[in-house]
Design a protein around this ligand. Structure first.
Ligand code: MSP
Length: 531
């Protein structure tokens, strides 16, 4: 049996609807999860990172019908042509990818449901009320807005809701209201940020209704095991992915059972704020009903906005990740969204801001620093890293700042404050650039005496050591260019491992290793036509 000591840090993204191809709002969640899990992996931690696709429900069914294909054919097509490829486009390194049409998911959902039924948590009843197919959500009248013609609209999709009236199965969600309140009172960090926590608490305090968990008017879903005339409500099916993907309900001795012991409960579910209540209310209640441990935290991030509204394909405001990656590369894509927007807040995307930050922070800030020192070591020391001599106060100040930067970046990233983590490293890069300007190594290089040569060597070593640390601290965010930089500054040749542990310890590069000037890391870009 697995001991709890080697439980993995388990992080999930939402599973994405396959009714359409991904836009940058979807890629945003995946990038955030990927950065967090890469960070922890680079700190030597055991991590499991899950993403996947949500394939059942009316929304997907209707899209497939509109395209004259069977829903499974449609889902297969979208997964193969769009959702799997986007992971490469944004350079995400997930450990698993779950599809809700896979047998491993379907079988475990049915087993879970049977367990709840046997435990008396499910009953048959009549449902009547509004439903938004865009959200796949049963709405309350108070959730809706009204247009000029008096129609009730979903405030997220700005589309009329549909009136549902059918007999189906209900989960006794209301019975969990007090337990959920008590759970969140005792664990105020179980929903983050604080605004999301407050939203969940006030919703809980207003009381919960039981939840309809099956549908009878269409058949694109997981069959209710004891009643083939019903399919499981798509959200009930979808939420379970986090647990089915790691072996929910399997015999503890089996591979699935061991995986479950090693992974469950999830440490973090990353979600957009529109799907907070599903994750912070329905999901933990389902787990409580099955006597399973609750996730450590649901973190709700904000929306990427276009014209003040949530970017969405249905409103024709979706921008494909590829269109940005084709312009600036996957590293800058990943950097930009976490750098520009406070995680947890909404943020407006603009091409102008993307290009401006790319140019000033990446091309001019980091790219220039690397290419300047690589060129100088080439010119003055034949490309071999010189050994430092006695350190002057300016050099020691860089060493001290690095130690502080490594600590604060680590604290920020672990706290989901990616922006502060990036800013800490960026400020270090700015400080090193200022150091280069102030120390003027190209002037010192003119002095042929031993003292000047020693001083020049110390300055160039200081810059290379700084780049060694930067190529670690930025690696989870910009894996491709930082792995290249790591090679170029001779870190592998120095026998080092690109790990966050000890990143701030000075003097790790071995004098004498080759410093190579490679291709420009962040080449100047042509401005896109849309600017
Ligand atoms: N299938 C459900 C999730 C089930 S999880 C058990 C779903 N899918 S979705 O494809 O519509 O959305 C997936 C995620 O993308 C959500 O977290 C949502 O918030 C996020 N985003 C969709 N549009 C977005 C923006 N414009 N901005 C930021 N995130 C956005 O909901």
């Amino acid at each position: 049996m697995t001991s709890p000591q080697n439980k993995a840090f388990y992080l999930t993204t939402p599973i994405y609807y396959v009714n359409d191809a991904p836009h940058i709002g979807h890629a945003y969640t995946t990038v955030a999860g990927d950065v967090m899990t890469r960070w922890l992996r680079m700190a030597g931690e055991n991590v499991w990172f899950l993403t996947g696709t949500d394939e059942h429900g009316q929304k997907v069914l209707r899209t497939a019908e509109a395209n004259n294909v069977a829903p499974q054919v449609w889902a297969d097509r979208l997964v193969q042509d769009a959702w799997l490829p986007v992971l490469d486009v944004i350079d995400a390194k997930n450990d698993d990818f779950i599809r809700t049409t896979e047998p491993r998911h379907i079988e475990r959902v049915q087993k879970f449901l049977t367990g709840l039924k046997d435990a008396g948590e499910i009953y048959e009843g009549a449902y009547e009320g509004p439903y938004c197919v865009g959200c796949e959500e049963f709405k309350l009248p108070a959730d809706l807005i009204t247009n000029e013609s008096g129609e009730n609209l979903c405030p997220i999709h700005s589309k009329p809701v549909e009136q549902i009236s059918e007999t189906n199965y209900f989960f006794k969600l209301s019975a969990y209201t007090q337990r959920l309140i008590a759970h969140y009172e005792a664990n105020p960090h179980a929903v983050r940020p604080e605004s999301a926590y407050n939203e969940v608490m006030s919703f809980l305090r207003s009381g919960l209704l039981d939840l309809s968990i099956s549908r009878s008017t269409f058949d694109w879903g997981i069959e209710v095991p004891w009643d083939p005339s019903q399919v499981v409500y798509v959200w009930f099916d979808a939420l379970l992915n986090y647990a089915t993907a790691v072996g929910l309900g399997d015999d503890p001795e089996s591979v699935g059972g061991q995986k479950f012991a090693q992974t469950w409960p999830a440490d973090v579910h990353l979600v957009g704020k529109d799907i907070l209540r599903f994750h912070a209310i329905i999901w933990p209640a389902m787990l409580m009903a099955a006597n399973l441990a609750l996730p450590g935290c649901v973190f709700a991030h904000g929306w990427l906005l276009v014209g003040g509204e949530k970017m969405s394909k249905s409103k024709l405001t979706g921008i494909s990740p590829k269109s940005i990656v084709d312009l600036v590369g996957s590293d800058a894509f990943r950097y930009y969204f976490l750098r520009a927007i406070t995680f947890g807040n909404d943020g407006a995307f603009s091409w102008e801001d993307l290009v401006a930050r790319y140019t000033s922070e990446l091309a001019n800030g980091l790219g220039n620093l690397a290419s300047r020192v690589q060129a100088m070591v080439g010119k003055y020391f034949d490309g071999a890293l010189p050994a430092p001599s006695e350190y002057a106060p300016a050099d020691l100040a860089i060493q001290e700042l690095l130690a502080k930067t490594a600590k604060s970046a680590d604290e920020s990233v672990r706290d989901f404050d990616f922006q502060s983590g990036i800013i800490a490293v960026k400020e270090f890069i700015d400080a090193v650039n200022l150091y280069v300007t102030e120390q003027q190594p190209w002037v010192i290089a003119k002095g042929e005496d031993v003292q000047s040569q020693e001083r020049l060597a110390t300055i160039l070593y200081t810059i290379c050591e700084s780049l060694r640390a930067i190529s670690i601290l930025y690696c989870p965010i910009m894996p491709k260019s930082m792995s290249t930089l790591w090679q170029e500054i001779g870190a592998t040749e120095s026998g080092l491992v690109q790990s966050l542990n000890g990143v701030g310890t000075w003097g790790q590069l071995k004098p004498g290793v080759a410093i190579v000037k490679g291709e420009s890391m962040f080449p100047r870009i042509e401005e896109p036509a849309s600017i």
